[in-house]
Design a protein around this ligand. Structure first.
Ligand SMILES: CC(C)(COP(=O)(O)OP(=O)(O)OC[C@H]1O[C@@H](n2cnc3c(N)ncnc32)[C@H](O)[C@@H]1OP(=O)(O)O)[C@@H](O)C(=O)NCCC(=O)NCCS
Length: 162
């Protein structure tokens, strides 16, 4: 699904890149470091996303949302918004304190994300689009500054994604 949706939106090479990321997240990540959610209609997955752990020096419980996809022919029907809102509720119930993502503020602002300066929360790698570094605290607003550069899970540990 990720290969198809991201090929449709960004071309075949992007589809393969994000498809490989989704596969690596599913196969190489320790169970306690990942949450996956799917929107299912008539026994078919029409939307899917992953949150994987970000490891900070402090013991803050943080996850990053990436990637997210909704079937191309189902865009614009509120599925992405509902899927992300549902995932956030589950993460809150699991006492996750902070969620980050890296993408388009025009979409992610609809589900509570705001731009985050790297003076507040550093990214695991140097960002090619710092304006796409977004976050939301699930326990307080604004996000309290965190020291140090976090580590991400192995699947995301590749500068090509950043
Ligand atoms: C981005 C994506 C997940 C959104 O899912 P969706 O189901 O189409 O989105 P929704 O219908 O829930 O839209 C929710 C809101 O976001 C807006 N929105 C949706 N996609 C947007 C985009 N690409 N840019 C800006 N705004 C967007 C909608 O207009 C809507 O706003 P409104 O309620 O004020 O009208 C989906 O379009 C997708 O899979 N795109 C290709 C892959 C991708 O870019 N993934 C995200 C980066 S990892």
């Amino acid at each position: 699904m990720f290969v198809k949706v991201f090929s449709d939106s960004g071309g075949e090479s992007e589809g393969i890149l994000v498809g490989n990321l989704a596969h690596a997240l599913m196969t190489e990540t320790d169970e306690q470091d990942i949450y996956g959610f799917a929107a299912i209609e008539r026994q078919k997955i029409i939307g899917c996303m992953f949150f994987s752990r970000l490891f900070f020096e402090s013991d803050v419980c943080a996850f990053i949302l990436s990637p997210v996809a909704v079937h191309t022919d189902r865009h614009g029907k509120g599925i992405g918004r509902k899927l992300i809102q549902y995932g956030i509720q589950i993460l809150k119930s699991k006492r996750v304190e902070l969620i980050m993502t890296y993408g388009d503020i025009n979409f992610y602002s609809k589900v509570g994300f705001k731009p985050v300066s790297e003076d507040v929360v550093k990214a695991p790698f140097q960002l090619s689009r710092p304006e796409g570094w977004l976050g939301q605290s699930l326990i307080s607003d604004p996000i309290p500054p965190l020291t140090g550069r976090p580590f991400c899970v192995k699947a995301l540990n590749n500068p090509r994604y950043w």
